[in-house]
Design a protein around this ligand. Structure first.
Ligand SMILES: *Cc1c(COP(=O)(O)O)cnc(C)c1O
Length: 222
């Protein structure tokens, strides 16, 4: 079941990439573990999945510690007092959305004598229920965040609005890409665009996603 789902997702990624002339290898699948069991998470790694996404800190630590050989991405809302648990275990934090969090990440990166990759979370749909910077705040945030030398800012992350038709998410993905391109033209390197989930990752790839975060389609929960 898991293997079948994985092959299906790989085929969808390939098809979406080819449709717009992109190399499918540019696109990383982030397997979102949420309610997946430890066993299924390990099976996914055995299938060759290299990147996993987690949205809660303590609840997922057993999974993270059981698989040190893959890259763990934090994709949930991150409280400052949880940063100390993140730093020894995770490759990337995809949800940097405020300077106070950047400061805490810098502080714990120093203590752990490491650097950490981060993405800036953008609230592209403008919904109150979503975390992230407003699009118009991103440019000045990027300027200020340059002073945190242990944070490697790799790009932007967003969630589209919840819509029935994935085509309706296209506009949000396009906006995130444009926002990235605007800031790249000011001289920043922002190669990564993390956007697209089970419902809409094919559309996100057509619009330039380099990371798609897929849970349900892989692990099969409802
Ligand atoms: C749950 C979650 C996903 C995966 O959603 P699915 O619909 O299960 O693919 C992706 N990104 C974030 C931030 C999530 O919380």
């Amino acid at each position: 079941m898991l293997a079948e789902n994985y092959h299906q997702i790989k085929a969808t990624i390939e098809k979406a990439a080819c449709k717009v002339g992109r190399n499918p290898r540019e696109i990383k699948l982030i397997a979102v573990t949420k309610s997946a069991s430890l066993e299924d998470t390990q099976k996914a790694a055995e299938l060759g999945i290299k990147n996993f996404g987690v949205n809660r800190v303590q609840e997922e630590t057993a999974k993270v510690e059981s698989l040190p050989g893959v890259n763990w991405h934090f994709i949930g809302h991150l409280q400052r007092n949880k940063v100390k648990y993140i730093m020894p275990l995770y490759a990337m934090v995809q949800t940097l959305d405020r300077l106070s969090l950047a400061r805490e990440l810098q502080r714990w990166a120093e203590k752990n004598e490491r650097e950490i990759d981060v993405l800036i979370q953008v609230n592209i749909s403008g919904e109150d229920s979503k975390f992230g910077l407003a699009p118009q705040e991103v440019s000045s945030f990027l300027d200020q965040a340059q002073s945190f030398k242990r944070l490697n800012i790799k790009g932007l992350m967003a969630m589209a609005a919840f819509v029935d038709d994935p085509e309706e998410a296209r506009l949000y993905f396009r906006q995130l890409r444009q926002l990235r391109d605007e800031n790249v033209s000011k001289g920043l390197a922002l190669p990564e665009l993390s956007m697209g989930m089970t419902n809409d990752y094919a559309v996100a790839i057509e619009e330039g996603a380099t990371m798609v975060r897929v849970g349900r389609a892989l692990f099969g929960w409802k």
